[in-house]
Write a protein that binds this ligand. Structure first.
Ligand code: GLY
Length: 352
């Protein structure tokens, strides 16, 4: 088992290993405490691991309850968020009790935002069940729900008290959901670690614990220097500006990781065209994306994508900060004036 300690506004551990779920009750009692634990999960994950976690928590003395919502991005809404708050109140959770997010990015973001708001902040544990949540969304404290106008437009920075990443839980992922996480893993290689990027030439499934720990360490280091995303944390958004636009335009039928993969390839080609990186770097990114059966482009045109980008929360007045590779392992932030977004995106849509 690997332990990675995050020291930001809260200090907490991320535990990564095989079979951690079995010890989740004891670990939560030790680290988080509380009398009651509310498991927040979707209907897919509930079937797989919900009962098991309930009984593990009960064996360790927790009064338990579970809130199960329909799987999918459409549940990451204001409506589900309010129902969840009502549920926590009906179950009489107090501030010293714990909200446990058992699931992927949607679950973690939704449960985390409810944990941040309920009684102005209740204890919060993340148990990621997808690769994407393990390497990215369960760590670093971003929580949110979507609004009609765009993704993650209502949310809070609210760090978990502990993250329990049991790699055994990832064995039931569909190939499509696993690939969503692979896109975020590739992202870490491109933004911060050439050796990690090279290591991805060996299938990620064969080195899961190590890869997750490397990604989480990169994220920990970036978030520690910029918890509230005033500067370098924006590097973690590589591929996300266009990625979020693709998700929005597809009404979320293109999943997050697949959209981010296309967004990274588009940003890479645009960077090569602007002379920010060599064509070889852009091609390496595209090849890695394709080698994991992820998309390296989108059917939406530059006009549609640019318009969708303008509703993204990354817009700062008349510009949007985009992330471009300089080389594998190094990215730069660049402010793109709103009027140039369409041309930049168009240059990234065109093959090199
Ligand atoms: N997923 C990007 C971040 O946490 O900043």
């Amino acid at each position: 088992m690997k332990t990675i300690c995050v020291k930001v506004s809260k200090t907490y551990d991320i535990l990564i290993g095989d079979g951690i779920l079995e010890n989740a009750g004891a670990i939560l009692k030790d680290t988080v405490g509380g009398q009651a634990a509310a498991i927040i999960t979707d209907d897919n994950v509930a079937k797989l691991y919900g009962e098991r976690l309930l009984s593990i928590l009960a064996q360790n003395g927790y009064r338990t309850a579970s809130f199960i919502f329909p799987n999918g991005e459409s549940s990451k809404s204001g409506g589900t968020f309010l129902s969840l708050l009502d549920f926590l109140a009906a179950e009489k959770l107090g501030r010293a009790d714990v909200v446990v997010a058992l699931g992927g990015g949607v679950t973690g973001d939704l449960a985390g935002f409810a944990a941040a708001c309920y009684m102005r902040g209740i204890r919060f544990a993340q148990i990621p069940t997808t690769l994407l949540a393990a390497v990215d969304s369960s760590v670093g404290g971003k929580t949110a729900v979507n609004l009609d106008a765009g993704k993650n437009l209502a949310g809070a920075f609210y760090q978990p008290d502990v993250v329990l990443c049991d790699i055994a839980l990832l064995s039931t992922l569909t190939p499509q959901t696993f690939r969503d996480g692979v896109a975020e893993v590739i992202k870490y290689g491109v933004i911060a670690d050439k050796d990690l990027f090279e290591a991805l030439k060996i299938p990620i499934r064969d080195q899961l614990e190590d890869i997750i720990a490397r990604c989480v360490t990169i994220k920990r280091d970036i978030v520690s220097g910029d918890e509230f995303e005033y500067g370098n944390r924006k590097l973690l958004n590589f591929g996300h500006t266009v990625g979020h636009a693709i998700e929005l335009l597809s009404e979320y039928s293109v999943s997050h990781g697949h959209a981010v993969a296309a967004g990274m390839a588009i940003a890479g080609r645009a960077a090569a065209r602007m002379g920010l990186c060599g064509e070889d770097s852009s091609r390496s990114i595209t090849q890695m994306i394709l080698s994991y059966d992820l998309p390296d482009n989108t059917r939406y045109d530059a006009q549609m994508l640019a318009e969708a980008c303008l509703s993204d929360k990354k817009r700062e007045g008349e510009s949007i900060t985009m992330i471009f590779p300089k080389e594998i392992g190094k990215c730069v932030l660049k402010k793109i004036p709103v009027g140039q977004m369409k041309a930049v995106i168009a240059s990234g849509l065109e093959e090199l």
